[in-house]
Write a protein that binds this ligand. Sequence first.
Ligand code: NAG
Length: 261
Amino acid sequence: MCRKTCRHWDPTLPVIYVITPTYARPVQKAELTRLSHTLMLVTNLHWIVVEDAVRKSSLVESLLMRTALNYTHLNAPTPDIHKRKASVRGVEQRNTAIKWLRNNKNSEVDNGVVYFADDDNSYTLEVFEEMRKTIEVSVWPVGLVGGLMVEKPLLNTTTGRVIGWNSAWRPDRPFPIDMAGFAVNLGHLLRHPKVEFLFNISGGFQESVFLQQLTTTERLEPKADNCTKVLVWHTRTESPKLTEENKLRKLGKQSDKGMEI
Ligand SMILES: *[C@@H]1O[C@H](CO)[C@@H](O)[C@H](O)[C@H]1NC(C)=O
């Protein structure tokens, strides 16, 4: 969108397509604001924001317009039959973004990498530069996830290839890695036209089922200094206590009347 006016654009570098599913909740604007400020510092970044909603919201629309980012704003409501399951949050939205890439990008000419970035994680700028040169699928450690301080790939020190994982929670997962811990080359994804996220998969297996369609453990490209650095954290935002607000609403009042929070 702002391709020409973006402050950070270098036509010789691969584009990072950051896919962020998002949904309406009290902290949504705060989360997206914080994430956008990180992304605005990254060269050649295209943000694909997909709302879990029947219609695009003006909150997200105006936030995106205010950023100096190259972006695409989409919406895709989670089908009703899947709505109550936390394990499928983001599935429909990520697939919608992948579909947009398949319809709008060409594996022969578009040089890029795809990264799934939830709106509540914490990202260093370095993680984007690490993933930028991904040939097929790259991986790195993620902090504060899987019940551990860090969940990470284990490498063979001679070959430098991934040989396993340190995960403690469901270590039987084929790729016991968080969504924030890998990136996929755009052309590689487009050359696998059927690959998508699936409903009816138990919690924690989304990443595994997705990556199994794209790679094998041996082929993974370890980043972040041979997976010795944490460049992204799976932080979770506490839900704000709105007990007083709820009391107000019962009286037909609200603290945020006429304001977008
Ligand atoms: C990573 O490991 C490989 C193989 O052991 C080694 O050749 C390379 O120098 C290491 N790279 C970094 C950045 O530590």
